[in-house]
Design a protein around this ligand. Structure first.
Ligand SMILES: [Fe+2]
Ligand SMILES: [Fe+2]
Length: 244
């Protein structure tokens, strides 16, 4: 799987050369599933959505799960998101892997929120067996170097309990452009950096996550999971190598 995030397509922040090399790297790895965790655009404008769509169309993968971020819901941009990508929240079963993607944004607000009205169908979508991935834009737990920014879901506690109870293996987020990994109980929470925008923070650089999953041995419900950060020059940094 590939997780990429925070394209921020706009005249000001999109870096076409970095985008080209990232696309080349992603397509070379021929992922089975690509998950895009929001902030496709900077201000939710039609022209930015067109640019983001062109970028996403160049990713060679038939299974794409895409959710909006807070920037995409600015200026009623969620309407363009729905036109292009259909549902803002979605789920799919891809072989042994279930991915639930949730729109955690609210129009013209920075903070994230899932909402009690969504808990029921999330639980249902995760009711089977297999490897379970939850994808959203905002953070579920705080990560370092986010200052005093309001970057965690307002209902994070209830969502964490729901995901833990549902046996979710992997949570993927974006938003603050700081790549990071936490392990909480049996769940990995992985944040991505920005894939191809100049909006990098501190000493980070553009990157995306490449996720390799080995099926569990018979009788075992545990999976061998490796996560690499991939940079625009093609360098890979392994940040997870765990049985989960
Ligand atoms: Fe962002
Ligand atoms: Fe964001």
């Amino acid at each position: 799987m590939v997780q990429l995030s925070d394209i921020h397509f706009s005249e000001a922040y999109y870096m076409p050369e970095i985008a080209d090399s990232m696309l080349e790297n992603i397509n070379r790895s021929a992922p089975d599933i690509v998950i895009i965790t929001g902030d496709l655009t900077e201000n939710g404008l039609a022209s930015e959505y067109n640019g983001a769509k062109n970028f996403i169309d160049r990713i060679e993968c038939k299974n794409k799960v895409i959710v909006p971020g807070n920037h995409d819901s600015r200026n009623a941009g969620y309407l363009f998101f729905e036109d292009i990508f259909k549902a803002r929240s979605t789920f799919g079963h891809f072989g042994e892997v279930t991915v639930v993607g949730l729109d955690s944004s609210q129009p013209d607000l920075e903070e994230g929120h899932i909402g009690r009205e969504n808990y029921g169908w999330i639980e249902k979508a995760f009711s089977g067996s297999g490897f379970k991935v939850f994808a959203l834009h905002h953070h579920l737990i705080p990560i370092p170097r986010t200052g005093r920014g309001n970057n965690v879901l307002v209902d994070a506690g209830d969502v964490l309990e729901l995901l833990d109870r549902s046996g979710v293996n992997l949570v993927l987020c974006g938003h603050w452009h700081i790549p990071w990994v936490w392990r909480l109980n049996d769940m990995l929470v992985v944040s991505a950096g920005t894939v191809c925008s100049s909006k990098i923070r501190g000493k980070t650089s553009q990157c995306y996550n490449l996720i390799e999953l080995d099926a569990p041995e018979l009788e075992s419900k545990r999976w061998h999971l490796k996560v690499y950060r991939v940079f625009s020059n093609g360098e890979k940094e392994r940040v997870v190598d765990s049985i989960i």
